[in-house]
Design a protein around this ligand. Structure first.
Ligand SMILES: [Zn+2]
Length: 440
């Protein structure tokens, strides 16, 4: 057995010893779910664990984040191991919070466990003494891009600038000294691991159509119908779908959040929210331009007005093939070669995509749950997969990156070409933000 393999075996033994505690912690997060930028109780649990492990975590990073850096004192890259703190809001989920409806219908509670499994593994003295560089453990808020009004308020209060927690971490400089990043998501499907798939990026939009209220029976000719404006806009969005290239994986999925006030009056205010998702920034912007045109057309057609607010969403991902290959090797040993799968483009989005623009990033999915992701029936079934083995696969990857004077880690860092600098990235997000009023 090579010395790296011996170190990995010691790391696995350390995880096995704490497996019950790691799973119990994940389940306690599941049973007390909190949505993005509200994860105070969840953060406290992680802070406590890290303190007991001998680290000195910083708390309230981007409101609720917890960060602890462990430095070997020997030169080498700094690897961030991430767990997302936030839940969705899915009333009717078996573990939904009775008051808020917050529920882990995306399995982030297990990410907390797999991150702390890596912490348990690498801090084992016989492992730690073999490593160079550092490992930074990050519990990051707000991956789910939801509760937009709440986040707009946080932004107005200057508590945050961006809606995604990793975006805020980048803005605050938390990733300035980080050289690579990893996290493991849960998902459904045949038990195993899926790697390599890239995420779409996305842009968020809200539109408020304004018209004039009037008696809907006696005097509709005196009104301007904001619902008709919105209907035309939605049809115009659909009319643009044939211009979306298959290769760009464009998804535009609007909802009406306010459709009128009383049935006896011409609707004077109608609100729409939508995402525009695509696999490249250019395609995201192209789609967003067409959506703007369609929103405007609706208002113009009836002589109303529309206010369009655009908010930066997430970047499309470019997960790093070199780091993925290292992870794959360990995942095949842990899950079985036949259970490690490669996926194509994913039409969903994550702010892990943002990190992948800036540094080598991997984002594997462990299949360990049943039900529809983001649905009321999404339940993590196999915690040995979700927490213990997911943690082992990341721990083995970290060890390979940082053992032997961090030779492999340095290779990964050297071969990586960032899509953009941090400054360009923040500028790109800010360029995507706008508020415009079009009057007909
Ligand atoms: Zn998720």
């Amino acid at each position: 057995m090579s010395s790296i393999q011996q170190t990995i075996e010691s790391a696995f033994a350390a995880i096995d010893q704490r497996a019950e505690d790691l799973v119990a912690l994940s389940k306690s997060v599941l049973e007390d779910a909190e949505s993005g930028y509200r994860e105070h109780r969840t953060a406290k649990k992680i802070d406590t664990w890290m303190l007991k492990s001998g680290l000195s975590p910083r708390t309230e990073v981007a409101l609720t984040g917890v960060v602890a850096k462990a430095d070997t004192g020997r030169p080498g890259p700094n690897v961030a191991v991430i767990g997302e703190l936030d839940s969705l809001i899915v009333p009717g989920h078996p573990n939904a919070h009775p008051a808020t409806g917050a529920a882990h219908a995306c399995g982030h509670h297990a990410q907390v466990g797999s991150m702390l499994a890596v912490l348990t593994a690498v801090l084992e003295p016989s492992v730690w003494s073999e490593l160079s560089g550092s490992v930074t453990f990050m519990a990051v808020p707000a991956e789910e891009y939801i509760e937009l009004e709440f986040r707009q308020q946080l932004r107005a209060d200057e508590e945050i600038e961006f809606f995604g927690g990793k975006q805020e971490f980048v803005r605050l400089g938390e990733f300035d000294d980080v050289d690579m990043a990893m996290l493991t998501h849960t998902m459904g499907g045949e038990p195993g691991v899926t790697i390599s798939g890239q995420h779409n990026g996305m842009i968020g939009k809200t539109a408020e159509f304004r018209g004039v209220a009037a008696h809907a029976g006696a005097a509709p000719h005196e009104g301007v119908n904001a619902l008709n404006a919105a209907n035309i806009a939605l049809s115009a969005i659909h009319a643009n779908r044939e211009t979306f290239r298959d290769a760009d994986y464009v998804r535009v999925h609007p909802i009406i959040t306010h459709g009128g006030d009383v049935v006896s009056a011409v609707p004077s205010r109608v609100n729409i929210e939508t995402y525009i998702r695509a696999s490249s920034i250019d395609a995201m912007i192209d789609g967003a331009t067409k959506v703007d045109r369609a929103l405007r057309a609706g208002a113009m057609a009836v002589g109303g007005e529309v206010e369009v607010r655009t908010t930066p969403g997430y970047m499309p991902s470019r997960y790093d093939p070199v780091a993925i290959d290292i992870y794959r090797k360990h995942a095949e040993r842990i899950f079985g070669t036949e259970n490690v799968r490669t996926s194509g483009q994913r039409a969903s989005s994550s702010d892990a995509g943002d990190l992948s623009m800036l540094m080598p990033t991997i984002h594997p999915w462990v299949q360990c749950s049943t039900g529809k992701v983001h649905g009321a029936d999404y339940v993590v079934q196999d915690y040995d997969m979700a927490v213990v083995r997911a943690g082992k696969a990341m721990a083995a990857t970290v060890i390979e990156l940082l053992a032997n004077d961090a030779a492999e880690g340095k290779k990964v860092v050297k071969s990586f070409r960032p899509e953009m600098s941090k400054e360009r990235y923040l500028a790109q997000l800010r360029e995507l933000r706008s508020e415009k009023v079009y009057a007909g």
